[in-house]
Ligand binder design. Sequence first.
Ligand code: NDP
Ligand code: 2IT
Length: 451
Amino acid sequence: MSYLDEVLDSVKEKHASQPLFIQAVTEVFETLKPVIEANEELYRREAILERLVEPERQIIFRVPWVDDNGQVQVNTGYRVQFNSAIGPYKGGLRLDKSVNLGMLKFLGFEQVFKNSLTTLPMGGGKGGCDFNPKGKSDREIMKFCQSFMTELYRHIGADTDVPAGDLGTGGREIGYMFGQYKRLKNVYEGVLTGKGLSFGGSLARTEATGYGLLYFTKEMLECNGKDIKGMTATVSGSGNVAIYAIQKAEQMGVKTLACSDRKGWIYDPDGIDYKILKDIKEVKRTSLEEYVKVRPNAKYTAKAEGDNMDHGVWTVKADIALPCGRENTIDIEDAKNLVANGVIAVAEGANMPTTIEATKYFQANGVMFAPGKASNAGGVATSGLEMSQNSERLSWSFEEVDSKLHDIMVSIFHAADDAAKKYGMEGNYVAGANIAGFEKVVNAMLAQGVC
Ligand code: NDP
Ligand code: 2IT
């Protein structure tokens, strides 16, 4: 049995209860074959793959807090410090009732490769909590964030581990966590990114993931002889990534026809108005149902109770599909619908929103497919730029950060494209991104010895 298959089998056996982690490792390993085969003896002796799939440190802790009724609530908090070969651990904090260790290991594993692709010195990590922010008052969110940080603070630091936002964690939560960190440690440092602009945040960080996704998509289309201007798009999700993807799409002359949230989805034949969307989801924090009240031509469709999928959005005919909600929300049926409707490109704004089967179906049918660890890397890349600004105690202008973000996304596309070509898999950006991300991390690991 090949070294790669041996390690993959052992991951499947050892972590059978972590299906998302197994899925993430499988997708990466399948595409690394040519690189591993070329160096099999060395990698096996150095146990490179075993080390890559084993987080350096996994922290699990109790998060007690008091709700508005005086009731004590208890959640489970996590930080997975996955790999620090190329820099301090870096990655977001997810707040959602579905959070568990396997989910954070999948996200942390992806983050290692993604951060490597950004060209910036950042290792990979991820954290979060099974806390459900939905329906909580502002005070409850603050009390939760303070309790979460009361344990997390001892494990992080500007040169150790720098968390940020992710699904369920935005500027409000980062602000409360930063305040508590400062109180406990008595140090004012760039320990979190995505901070408010008055206390060390970077301009363009809020917009970065969505903007970066479109910069990547435009470059990918251009290099395949297509002009993004005049195209149509569909988007899943309507949170941080989705909102700014829709805004940048509009700036590039792309009309977004549909987007979704947990409860339902909207179709707007005139193109989704991102300002209305932003007000509903970011300011009022309410449901997409509100959108159709102000846009009479738009249509709202409710999802069935408990449905995590975005099937509705993927039935709408469009040139580009941008999954920006959560994992595994484009399955094989959705992929067939999209291909039948003539989709040209699929670019992941979320982490692993497409199943492996659906990804392969897109590739087999000539659809350009941009994997999240490349196409959504603009968020963490701009976090890296926030860290640089914090270190030099300066703030760069919006234009300066945005232009660096643009250049990073273009360079990530070419790194993935070149690596795919080098190993005879032209156009397979999944393989290219995995290989390019892997090579840098592994070279650093080998140089640093057994650790
Ligand atoms: P947000 O919390 O801002 O938005 C998430 C969106 O997804 C919301 O519209 C939410 O619906 C929807 N959603 C969440 N859970 C479900 C579910 N179970 N079923 C259907 N829809 C759901 O998160 P972000 O926009 O920050 O993150 C979105 C994705 O992008 C995640 O995969 C995240 O890991 C990834 N990502 C985020 C980055 C960032 O910088 N924020 C960077 C790179 C990747 P509702 O509005 O109803 O809550
Ligand atoms: O998945 C991701 O890349 C993020 N949630 C952003 C992480 C970060 O550190 O900005």
